[in-house]
Design a protein around this ligand. Sequence first.
Ligand SMILES: NC(=O)c1ccc[n+]([C@@H]2O[C@H](COP(=O)([O-])OP(=O)(O)OC[C@H]3O[C@@H](n4cnc5c(N)ncnc54)[C@H](O)[C@@H]3O)[C@@H](O)[C@H]2O)c1
Ligand SMILES: [Fe+2]
Length: 390
Amino acid sequence: MQLSSLKQVSSFKSAGKLVTGHGAAQQLQLYVQSLGMQHPLIVTDSGVVASGTLDIITEQLIALNVTYGMFDQVTPEPEVEVVEMCTRAFNAGKHDSVIAVGGGSAMDIAKCVAVYADYNGPLEELFGENKVAQREIPLIAMPTTAGTGSEVTNIAILSDKAQQMKKGIVSDCLLPDVAIVAPELTLSCPRSVTAASGVDALVHAVEAYLSNFATPITDALAVKAMNLIVHALPKAFANPNHLQAREDMATGSLLAGLAFGNAGVGAVHALAYPLGGRYHLAHGVTNSLLLPFVMEWNKLACVERFQGIAVAFDEPVAGLSDDEVANAVIKRMHKLCADVEIPSGLRSFDIPEADIPELAAEAIKVERLLRNNPRVLTLADVEAIYHAAY
Ligand SMILES: NC(=O)c1ccc[n+]([C@@H]2O[C@H](COP(=O)([O-])OP(=O)(O)OC[C@H]3O[C@@H](n4cnc5c(N)ncnc54)[C@H](O)[C@@H]3O)[C@@H](O)[C@H]2O)c1
Ligand SMILES: [Fe+2]
């Protein structure tokens, strides 16, 4: 057997159990019991609390006579310090388990706390890939956005203010025991969050589909995710109470999370990280700014793969060349981002063009993601993409 064929072996990661569909939030009590949670800490943020989304969670815990604590100080795109604060709350309250209820920000903090609260050492030691040896604290994740897919990924993303960069902990120990993906929890999502997190989910699916590490399993997930999201996102944006659109977005985001959690994401995310770290823009917005331009760049490496994306989008492709199909897909991306009112162009966010060399110098360091990208990028290429997206 040739060594190259061994690279084809892959294993598939997910949360321990996936609970999905309208009404799934009501099932929390079953898993609180089966995981033996006696004194969980709910990790969330003030926006989720204000929306009333937590009532369905706390009612079930009260009915079970389970006393719980709540940490609601997670900030959007949270900084490393939030992990420290939340861990102090976990240990001071003598909690035994974690329930994340929120978007990617709350889920990522909860995932970090579940591995860090009983770790003897500084948090920095856990940054990077496979630095966490074990997790003993039970963890349930309930997304309220659609979304990051964080409920099924082995990644937690934190902002490092000093380095103006996003950092990740990557370890299978971060995979939650149970992911409860209940579309009803997303109904109160503000329009701008629906838009940004929805585009993030779409980018996950597209980048997983074009990834060098895509497999038949991740392709199937990514294609279905793209199909659901491209149709449902404009509807969920236009009418937040559109139940079918919210359900399709929740499912699409979950499938996209499973796809990229295994195939990885690529240059869109690598180039988005410095924008998020430096200018504190929402993660989905930074992805939206770059997506069409990175796709344009990637076309040369894998133009035939755009056919699969076009089919997923229900884009008419009969009689078109590969190049025309790819162009139609990219045009559709521009339109979708515009439809959900995410401004295009780095200039729209007052990002100085003179910052591009520094942004590029940061992005090129994100080797963990760039190695997934179908087309190789040099520093000059990265700068060119930022200029195109300006
Ligand atoms: N770990 C991963 O796999 C992964 C993947 C992608 C992104 N991320 C990270 O996730 C973060 C972004 O997460 P996000 O896009 O889900 O947004 P978020 O968690 O930052 O939430 C954004 C805002 O929406 C509000 N909100 C969320 N759900 C709500 C609801 N149902 N009702 C009312 N308000 C609600 C929150 O209060 C918050 O103010 C970033 O830090 C990003 O880097 C992680
Ligand atoms: Fe993302």
